[in-house]
Design a protein around this ligand. Structure first.
Ligand SMILES: *Cc1c(COP(=O)(O)O)cnc(C)c1O
Length: 397
């Protein structure tokens, strides 16, 4: 009921403070988009009693709104974690881990096959911020012990590597790290948190580029850090707050919209990618197929042991060393259904050539030929196969 005094207010006041509110009792399947910079407190005492680390109270739009917190909670649940923070990209999530956990003079271990921009970030911190960084052979397993120094504070893992697909022996590396009190963080984007459960193997932090399968639309950039450990979560959260990073409720709501179909999409990508990988293995132009579920792939045994639910849409092939980079480029450009682009996880297939030897500093890349990474989208397998076959014929005739 409208009282007569509010009706008497100036139109401007009534526009800013309208009578109608969201219909009480409205229930829907979607999480409402809560956009806010200002969070309003009922009184000064509530404002003054706020503790920055207390997630049960709303404080400031940048720190979270009902939309972003709903997404964070759902992501933690998918992965088997307790706490999650959202960042505006997968790379921002990686950066949040560095700035939250290490400082000048600390030593960090990064796998030699790590996501390229993670390497670049580590190199930047080493060059300008006094961090010590060592790259290690991703297949080292328990041999990681040889690279640990008294000041080693963080070990990065990535399994499989997102271009060369080596599957690390995560439990072996984690066992060494745990014995020495070193934090482990895994870039688990490849499995979307579906096929590999890092916390079951003792990893402390999982990073997701939500840009990929969680978005599924090739139209959102977002990242997440997920953990079971409240103290680690608070360290990351404090760094995130200090760096002034958060995500928009609109973007979060689009990821929330895609999450229910993520597992079904992952399984569809996996079926088609596996079939194409097996077929490519029979081709004379192809020297090796690096698909974690196939034996050519380093760490295939660890994949078979630790992954439940497939490998999704990513895999790579290595062409025979007798083919030139120009021929492989011609193959990629001859593809019609595979576009040339970086960010995978959507409905569209992608292909990208890489010269791996120039990307390594700590391990031997055994293949002389050029690598092409495929991301297999949701197109029909027969059409993708025909496209690959035609491009192979055209480039290597
Ligand atoms: C894409 C990707 C990232 C970074 O995600 P952005 O949102 O593009 O910054 C990190 N790690 C892996 C393995 C990725 O594939």
């Amino acid at each position: 009921m409208t009282d007569s005094s509010s009706k008497d207010r100036d139109l401007q006041t009534r526009i800013v403070q309208p009578e109608d509110r969201i219909t009480p009792g409205f229930e829907s399947f979607s999480v409402p988009v809560a956009r806010a910079s200002t969070v309003v407190f009922p009184d000064l005492a509530s404002m003054r009693s706020l503790v920055w680390s207390d997630d049960s109270k709303w404080r400031y739009g940048l720190h979270g709104t009902p939309t972003t917190i709903a997404l964070a909670q759902r992501l933690a649940a998918i992965e088997g974690g307790e706490f999650a923070l959202l960042q505006p990209s997968g790379l921002a999530a990686i950066s949040n881990i560095y700035f939250g956990l290490v400082k000048a003079g600390d030593h960090v271990l990064v796998p030699d096959n790590a996501y390229g921009p993670n390497r670049d970030h580590a190199d930047w911190l080493a060059a300008d911020f006094g961090l010590q960084v060592t790259y290690y052979d991703p297949m080292t397993g328990a041999g990681i012990a040889d690279s640990i120094r008294p000041n080693t504070k963080l070990i990065w893992l990535e399994a499989p590597g997102s271009v060369t697909m080596e599957v690390q022996d995560v439990p072996a590396i984690v066992a060494v790290a745990r014995a020495k009190g070193i934090v482990t963080a895994i870039d688990n984007t490849f499995s979307a948190g579906l096929a590999f459960k890092p916390f079951e193997h003792g990893v402390d932090i999982s990073v997701q580029a939500l840009t990929k399968y969680q978005s599924g639309g090739s139209d959102i950039l977002m990242g997440a850090t997920i953990t079971r450990d409240e103290e680690l979560h608070k360290k990351l959260k404090r760094a995130r707050m200090r760096m002034g990073i958060g995500v928009s409720a609109d973007d979060a709501s689009l990821v929330l919209r895609s999450l229910p179909s993520m597992k079904v999409r992952y399984e569809a990508h996996d079926r088609t990618a596996y079939a194409l990988a097996q077929w490519l293995k029979t081709r004379p132009e192809v020297k090796a197929v690096l698909h974690p579920a196939l034996e050519d792939c380093p760490g295939h045994a660890f994949f078979a042991r630790d992954f439940k639910g497939g490998a999704g849409g990513l895999f790579s092939i290595v062409f025979d060393g007798r083919y030139t980079s120009a021929q492989v480029d011609a193959f990629v450009e001859a593809l019609e259904l595979f576009s040339i682009g970086w960010s995978w996880g959507g409905a569209h297939s992608l292909a990208m050539p890489y010269n791996i030897r120039s990307m390594r500093t700590a391990s031997q890349w055994p293949h002389g030929g050029v690598l092409v990474r495929f991301y297999v989208g949701l197109e029909a397998e027969a059409d993708l196969r025909a496209d690959l076959e035609a491009a192979l014929a055209k480039a290597f005739a």
